[in-house]
Ligand binder design. Structure first.
Ligand SMILES: [Zn+2]
Length: 301
């Protein structure tokens, strides 16, 4: 079984629930980036956030989450597309810190203080983006604060990654609960909604570790039921998720075109080739002198 993301709706109170198991995606990201336990947790949480936020993407839309903290991990970036393709990287994958006082991976300290930026590329030219300050660097609360303030959607978000003593990803996943806008002010529903949201907020605060629940076998469906106990929810979508990078040789050639011509020519003269490295998946694409000449003259397809 691969990674999955489920979407649910509680129609009578207009609440949306998204849950995801991202264990294999995070494990792949860890392998590709040779990430330490702490940065694996930070990267997995960022990728999971992209998966949750990206649950409503359509067509060729792409969402990117940037966690720009001043901690030793540096910048964290993850993208999600409408097909459930996820990818991500962390600036300093080897950064590692001792566990925090609760004995958990110290994601907050490895991320530090800074901001979260979420960018939506809807294929209409300039991407639309919003930002919010990081609340605590644990990423889940940071995304929830971003959604509530920047997108004005009251949300609760939990993301977690469990890494074993041997630095293996045992579980990764998360949830997002959102109060959807209501069209008209219905007093009865508003009252019920706020009490439901309070219940959910209480339950989310009781979930000590979402990754431990997943490690013990909780499915995305079980997570959603646990969060919304007693509420009538209807599953509206099930999506497969995977680590998959969009980079290829053609796109890498485009990257070369955006760099100053004489800079590339200097590299080719020194090395005999030029290499484009994808920061998301660590693939590298090498172009020899003849290929570079074609790229720069616009002949290379
Ligand atoms: Zn790539």
């Amino acid at each position: 079984m691969g990674d999955t993301r489920l979407r649910f709706l509680a129609e009578d109170v207009r609440i949306r629930v998204v849950t995801a198991d991202t264990t294999q995606t995070t494990a792949t990201a860890q392998t590709k980036h040779q990430a330490s336990p702490t940065t694996t947790a930070a990267l997995g949480r960022t990728i999971t956030s992209a998966a949750l936020l990206g649950s409503t993407l359509k067509d060729s839309n792409i969402l990117t989450v940037f966690i720009d903290g001043d901690g030793p991990a540096g910048r964290l970036v993850a993208t999600c597309d409408a097909e459930g393709n996820l990818r991500g990287y962390v600036q300093n994958p080897r950064a590692h810190l001792p566990p925090n006082p609760e004995g958990k991976l110290d994601v907050a300290s490895v991320v530090g203080r800074g901001q979260v930026v979420v960018s939506y590329d809807l294929g209409l030219g300039e991407p639309y983006s919003g930002s919010a300050p990081l609340v605590n660097g644990e990423i889940g609360a940071d995304i929830a604060y971003y959604l509530t303030t920047s997108e004005q959607i009251p949300s609760a978000v939990g993301v977690g990654v469990l890494v074993s003593g041997e630095n293996e990803v045992e579980a990764s996943g998360g949830f997002m609960v959102q109060a959807l806008p209501t069209e008209q002010e219905e007093d009865e529903m508003t009252a019920r909604r706020s009490s439901v949201l309070q219940d959910i907020a209480q339950r989310t605060s009781q979930i000590d570790s979402i990754s431990r629940m997943i490690a013990r076998g909780a499915t995305p469906e079980a997570l959603a039921k646990r969060l919304t106990e007693g509420l009538a929810i209807r599953q509206i979508a099930a999506d497969e998720l995977r680590f998959h990078c969009r980079c290829d040789r053609h796109r890498s050639a485009q990257v070369l075109r955006s760099i100053k011509k004489d800079e590339i020519e200097d590299i080719v003269n020194d090395e005999g080739y030029v290499e484009v490295n994808c920061e998301f998946c660590r693939s590298s694409y090498r172009f020899n002198a003849a290929e570079v000449e074609k790229i720069l003259s616009g002949e290379y397809m």
